[in-house]
Design a protein around this ligand. Structure first.
Ligand SMILES: O=C(O)CCC(=O)C(=O)O
Length: 257
């Protein structure tokens, strides 16, 4: 982590890693995502939540080793640790593809409706660009610094779906990764092009909070047996306190009901 990366994450609430994903890994991610959308059809995303105007894949830790390799990348984990402190775990891995001409802007939200508590920040997201994010195709918007306000947009804005005066649009190239303090007010914008806009979301939480999706239950014995020690640790497979916290299995989003 460079000093500039740390400062960007602390101050603005996100850091943009340009050209992070090697071309062959990007190709593998895209092809697996396309395969899964084709296989799952209308049921895609149903293990978590469906979203009008987008297609989603949920429970991706169970669906390809390439997704798991991304979320245990040491450089990514170092940045996530900057936000969450030394003890954290993976909360979920999902894919979101904004449909062509979807006419839907997500409301500004903090993931899981999370507000920092007395121990600090507890959610961090990583957005892996599988397509270029452009000014037209549904790029991520964010309000820099809002992770430090300790407020949720839905509690203070008349309409979190409208443009915020201080928001920025995070555009970039396929293969970039944006590591984001997920208390930051953010959301996907509407896709005004005739092509989908795909992203992988590797989402993490502090050790003392429930996972968004209880990985141990969702993964299945065969996948669990194939995990590397680091994946096992990060997915909290051998963590009784996580079993207690996460087994209630109430899917939690920042804005999807
Ligand atoms: O895919 C994106 O651009 C952001 C999505 C997001 O913030 C969400 O689904 O919670």
């Amino acid at each position: 982590m460079t000093l500039a990366h740390a400062q960007s994450l602390d101050h603005f609430g996100f850091v943009h890693l340009h050209g992070f994903v090697p071309a062959e890994v990007l190709a593998e991610l895209r092809s697996r995502v396309d395969e899964l959308f084709a296989q799952e059809g209308a049921a895609a995303g149903s293990e978590f939540k469906m979203e009008p105007g987008s297609r989603r894949l949920a429970n991706c830790a169970a669906k390809a080793a390439v997704f798991r390799r991304c979320v245990v990348h040491p450089s990514i984990l170092e940045l996530v640790g900057r936000v969450l402190g030394p003890r954290f775990k993976l909360s979920s891995i999902n894919v979101r593809s904004a449909n062509p001409h979807n006419g839907v802007t997500q409301p500004l939200h903090a993931d899981m409706g999370a507000i920092a508590d007395e121990q600090g920040f507890w959610v961090c997201n990583t957005v892996w660009l599988l397509d270029d994010f452009t000014t037209e195709n549904g790029a991520l918007r964010a309000v820099p610094g809002s992770h430090r306000w300790n407020k949720l947009p839905q509690d203070v804005l008349a309409d979190p779906a409208t443009k915020h005066p201080d928001e920025v649009l995070i555009t970039g190239a396929a293969g970039d990764v944006v590591v984001m303090n997920a208390h930051l007010w953010h959301g996907g914008t509407d896709n005004r092009t005739d092509r989908e806009r795909r992203a992988l979301h590797g989402f993490y939480c502090r050790h003392d909070k429930p996972q968004q999706q209880y990985q141990k239950k969702l993964l299945g014995a065969e996948t669990i047996a194939a995990l590397t020690p680091e994946e096992r640790r990060l997915l909290a497979i051998d963590d009784p306190s996580n079993d207690e916290l996460s087994s209630a299995d109430v899917p939690r989003s920042g804005f999807l009901k």
